[in-house]
Design a protein around this ligand. Sequence first.
Ligand SMILES: Nc1ncnc2c1ncn2[C@@H]1O[C@H](COP(=O)(O)OP(=O)(O)OP(=O)(O)O)[C@@H](O)[C@H]1O
Ligand SMILES: [Mg+2]
Length: 412
Amino acid sequence: MTAKILVVDDELPIERLICQQFRKKIRAKELEFVFAHNGLEALDKLKEDGQIDMVLTDINMPEMDGLTLLEKLKELELNVKAVVVTAYSDMENIRKAMNNDAFDFLMKPINFDDLELTINRTLETVRQIKQTQYQLQQVQTQLIQKEKMSALGQLVAGVAHEINNPVNFVAGNLTHARDYIEVMLHLLQLYQQHYPEPVTQIKAETESLDLQYLMEDLPQLISSMHVGIDRINQLIVALKTFSRADSSNKIPFNIHEGLDSTLLILRHRLKACSGHPAIAIIKEYENIPQVHCYPGPLNQVFMNLLANAIDAIDELTHQGQIIQQPTIKIRTEVVEKGWVEIRISDNGLGMTEEVKQQLFQPMFTTKPCGKGTGLGLSICQQIIYEKHQGSLTYCSELGKGTEFTIRLPVGG
Ligand SMILES: Nc1ncnc2c1ncn2[C@@H]1O[C@H](COP(=O)(O)OP(=O)(O)OP(=O)(O)O)[C@@H](O)[C@H]1O
Ligand SMILES: [Mg+2]
């Protein structure tokens, strides 16, 4: 990766000298230099370009001197290291600079061999700090994910189990109730057939109850109860599939079952609401083999990507744009021998270049506080790359929509 160095000096020849001295490394894209002529200009460059690793600054400059620049860098808590260039024996300024967290100093006139050594040493330190920060973030994300997953998984599995028992006995009794009702209705019909002229009291009661209507409606009522119970059962199966314990080994898993159970859990978010009209789900499932994977975490990836897609549709509608038909498309296919691809696309907000640059960074979110933690995609990335040796890529156009693509090795 190219390391970027901001050189801050009001004397122009420095630019030419540096470009000459480091031309090989610049050409090989090992180093990139940007230049500013005073502290203020340097601050602007640092704020607009988040990729700068090191600042090499003079001390005496117009508008904002190097020492003030160091103070500002400290305030901004940027991930850069600064080296000051100062006149020989200017101990006073060197001391001030070091007190303001300068990483090192160089004497004027600059000795370019010395400069190269200092740059190498500074960049190595920046690299180590970045790597440590990255590892820390990864560990933090993993911890949060583990905690989230196990707490959520246990809760879901527990609730599914608890609901399962009462639902089973309602379902069982309902079958008996339907049989009993059929028998009783048949008996009633026999009575009506053989005693067409009942006593006055029964006649009056039959009319006031609208018995004929009750007899027709009751079987329909029972069958709609059956439909309801079937739905609850499906939901329980979905919850159980979704929260399948994070087993220590990969197991063969039907990806379509994972996607369907996730959709069922998200069903309430797909219905029309103040945020958006009903979202259509288009499934284009091909005949793919079972995939060796960790089903629990993989379902979590589906959940995160689908929830993001719904949010993106919500957001576009909130911005006052009318989507003719909000749609989420899910496609699965075998792409090459031993690999399956799962694509989830939406016709929601899409992403700006700025969002794309930070998309997978833990804690990056454009959603309001309390709604998004910004962890969804970094968790997905970890699950797909590290747990499954797969890949997660995307393609997005602002105002048009986004598509995420997961590739997984079938054999795990
Ligand atoms: N399908 C998408 N369309 C448009 N933008 C998206 C999409 N998916 C993700 N993004 C953008 O990427 C950001 C990060 O997504 P991520 O899932 O990591 O976090 P989040 O959704 O903001 O919060 P969390 O998932 O933790 O609740 C989102 O805030 C959003 O700006
Ligand atoms: Mg998300």
